[in-house]
Structures are given as C-alpha cells and as structure tokens.
Design a protein around this ligand. Structure first.
Ligand SMILES: [Mn+2]
Length: 484
C-alpha cells in the first residue's frame, strides 16, 4: 500500500509534539476525570470559572427522539425493505470491486478522515487484498488541512498515480467534473444528502442516504463487501462498528434492519469500540492534521485494542481535549435579534465544531436559535465556522423549525456582492449542523450584517457550558431523522 503524503504546511502556534508534557502516564489512567485534573493543575483560574458556571443540574432535554433503527424504511414494489441502499446499486458496487481486484491495476482509495470514513476505507482495503489485489497496487490519499477531494491537491495526486479504479468513500456530495481525465472507473460509496447528479462526472455511486434508517458509509461498505470473501467477517466486522458508532453515536441499538453484531461486540466490547472512535477522530482535529497516522493505526489493527494504546493517537486526543477546554470559556456575543450566539476562538486545532456543540446545549434563552463558533486560527487568513441548533430550539417543527443553511443565506440575501465573495464554502453541510470557510474580510462584513455585539441585553447568559458528557450528542440522528 502506498500512503500518498504531501507536506503539510506548518501552522504557527500549533502544539508541537516536543512541547507536550509527558502525558503517557496520565493517559494510562485516562478518563474524563483524570484529564480534568490535568487541566486544573494547569490553570487554577479555569477551575474557578468552571465551578461557578457549570452546575451539574442543567435540566434534562425534554426532546424525545425515537430510536434510530425505528425510522420507517423504504420498501420496493414487492414490499421488501430497501436497506441499506438500493439492491441494484449494491450489486453494481460488488461487481466493480471484483472487477478491480481481477484487473490488477493501480487503485486509489479516497476515504474521509473521520472514524466512519477511515473504517469504510479499511473495510474496502481489506476486501480488495482478500480477493486478490496486491497491496502495492493500492494507494490511499488524504487531502491536506483545509482541502477536500474536489480540490487541486487531489487532482494532481490522481494524475500522479494514474489509477484505473478510484473509490471515493464518505466524502459527501458535490457535482464536479471527473476526478481524473483519463479512462477510469470511479465508485462513490456514501450516505450524505446528494443533489441530483451531485457526484463527480462519470462516477457510479451507491448511497445509503435515501434508505432510512440511514446507514453509515462503513456499514454500507461492510454490507457490500461481506459476501465477497469468507474470511472478511472476522477481519472487518469491528470496523463496521467503529465507523457506525463514529457517526451515529455510541447509544445505537443494533436492531433490525441493522445487522446482528452480538458476536462482534462479544469479542470487542462496546467500550473499547467507543474509546477507539474518539482516538481515531483526534488526529484530524489536531493542529498537525495527521490523518495519515489515524489511517495507519486503523489499517494495521486487528481490533480496537491496538488503537487504545497508540501513542500518536493519544497525544492527538490530549491536544484536542486541551484545546477544547481552553476555548470553551470564551463568552459569546449575540446577534442584533438575539437569535444567534457567536463564539470567536483562535485555535490551529479543529475544535470549533465541539465548542459550538457544547454551547448549543448550554445556552438557555428561548429566542436563541443558532450557536456559531468561528475559528480565526485554523487556516491562515480564513475563518472556519461551525453552527449548531441551540438546544431549546431543537424541538421546533414546521415553519419554525431552525434551518441553519437557510438562516445564514437569508442574512446575506440583500447583499449579492458579499454573497458571491463568501463563495461556495459558505453555509455547507446539513440544515442542523452547518458551517463554512470564508475570508477574514467577508467574515467581518458578515458579522456586521448579523449585528454581533449590538445586543447587550443577553450578556448575563454568557457563562460557561457544563463539561460535555461522554455521550456523543451531535450524532446523525440530528442530521437524518429530523431532516425529512
Ligand atoms: Mn460518514
């Protein structure tokens, strides 16, 4: 296997590995509590702020979300449940994988960088090698920090490798030109919303998005690949669990139509899978953006256990926790109409989504709709922002339902010049969890339009969110169940 690597630009201000204190002993006892103690030792002032502002008595959410697996399924004309994707798509995907193995040609895998994408990539990789494709014909590529597979970096890598087969996994949808100008077969495996034709030109695709309860990319890849080789079940089942818990959270009930994973969880306890999710997701959030390390760890592991003791992953996790803690105490400012809270941070680590999620569960005003965390330190001259729906607004239905993308667009609706300068990376993602990357200049103008800081009445609310509980909250339930 070739892990194609491009030099990442060094981000000033990032936590370099050599300045990390000796964290291994601490992490050996790793728990939220241990980490908390580490932070307290580092910053007594922080402890004080936290004790004052984060009582454990935050009210429990009254929003009742049905169990994910109970989402009504789509049925075909014979009344059969269509899951996790249309049969014809799944069968075509299997054909392409088998063709690829027998063709013995250069093959490129482009997996997304999170637990779901990496697991999906590893399942496909193990499948291809099991059915006879030599590993030295397989390349795996991750675009650098701030780029995605539709950017120039990927195009030039593709040209360099000149693959006959390209697999694009869990990358989300975008209608683009072909990833490669020469003759090739491209298969997209995904579960994000896709507009009509929202794939690279000429690509074939299999998507779980239209077959609720929407499976993860790892689970879809698993179900596609499993029948292709008898030895796979043992090798990749834990990866299907890893990716699925990565996207859907660790409370998912593995009930039909989800496959029975009892044997997998017997061998690999849920706790070890869930701990591995957090570790695998850490490098992509760290300043160094060392996604390759997460891939190497996942592809060489035979279960979650080796991931739990992987020092590179642990160091990244430590850095991300520390950065999250550091920036979770910034007081929010509010939009003119008090519906949007804006937290401005400056971190080379990708902690803005986590900070937004934390505050979204904390701010209590009934008016509050959207919590936005803007990171001015993630990429040079850019502002990366993440938005989440405030907890109290999540139960809204019908025309009152919060649609982040629509709200962001409506703010600039009367300023077409600014809208065009905000570009394509503004207000991307899901209605319930959107974000974007914009230039500093446009960010300042956008803030003015929102009237950030003009509303001072809400300041009393600007305390600090309680420490995030271990349960993952921004699961795909938010994205898919409510997205209908
Ligand atoms: Mn995914």
């Amino acid at each position: 296997m070739f892990l194609v690597s491009r030099g990442l630009p060094r981000i000033p201000g990032g936590l370099k590995r050599d300045v990390l204190p000796s964290i291994t002993p601490l992490l050996l006892m790793s728990s939220t509590r241990t980490f908390h103690i580490a932070c307290i030792m580092a910053s007594p002032a922080k402890r004080k702020a936290e004790n004052q502002a984060s009582p454990a008595k935050a009210k429990k959410s009254k929003v009742q979300i049905p169990e994910y697996h109970l989402t009504p399924s789509r049925r075909d004309e014979d009344g059969e449940i269509v899951w996790p994707a249309p049969k014809t798509q799944i069968e075509r995907a299997r054909e392409i994988i088998k063709e690829c193995a027998s063709a013995q040609k250069p093959t490129l895998i482009l997996p997304d960088k999170d637990a779901d994408g990496l697991s999906s990539g590893a399942i496909l990789y193990h499948t291809l090698t099991s059915v006879g494709l030599p590993s030295d014909l397989i390349s795996v590529y991750f675009p650098p920090k701030g780029s995605d597979v539709h950017d120039e970096s990927t195009r030039s890598t593709v040209t360099e490798i000149s693959p006959t087969y390209i697999f694009v996994l869990d990358q989300g949808s975008r209608r683009t030109g072909p990833l490669y100008d020469k003759l090739h077969t491209c298969l997209v495996i995904d579960h994000h919303f896709a507009e009509e034709g929202g794939y690279p030109q000429g690509a074939e695709f299999v998507t779980a998005h239209d077959c609720p309860p929407v499976a993860t990319s790892a689970l879809l890849t698993y179900i596609i690949c499993l029948p292709l080789h008898p030895g796979l079940e043992d090798k990749v089942s834990w990866l299907a669990a890893l990716g699925t818990h990565g996207d859907l959270g660790n409370t998912l009930k593995w009930q039909p139509p989800f496959p029975d994973m009892t044997a997998t969880f017997k061998k690999n306890p849920k706790k070890s899978i869930n701990d591995a999710v957090s570790l695998v997701n850490a490098p992509r959030r760290s300043a160094a953006y060392n996604v390759e390390a997460a891939w190497e760890a996942v592809i060489s592991a035979d279960g979650p256990q080796p991931l739990l003791s992987n020092d590179t992953l642990r160091e990244a996790q430590f850095e991300v926790k520390q950065e999250t803690e550091r920036w979770s105490h910034v007081p929010p400012k509010f939009s003119r109409d008090a519906t949007i809270a804006v937290l401005t941070i400056k971190s080379a680590a990708q902690v803005h989504p986590v900070v937004a999620t934390r505050w979204a569960g904390f701010l209590k005003s009934d008016k509050m709709e959207i919590v936005m965390c803007a990171n001015e330190g993630y990429l040079p001259d850019k502002v990366n922002f993440s938005c989440r729906v405030a907890k109290h607004a999540r139960a809204r239905e019908g025309k009152d339902k919060v649609n982040i993308i629509q709200t962001l667009e409506s703010i600039v609706a009367d300023d077409p010049d600014l809208r065009s300068r905000l570009g394509e990376s503004f207000a991307r993602g899901h209605k319930e969890a959107s974000g974007g990357i914009i230039n500093v200049q446009e960010w300042e103008e956008f803030k003015k339009l929102m009237g950030v800081g003009e509303n001072t009445r809400k300041k009393a609310e600007a305390k600090t969110p309680e420490k995030r509980k271990r349960a993952q909250k921004n699961t795909l339930q938010n994205y898919f169940v409510k997205a209908a």
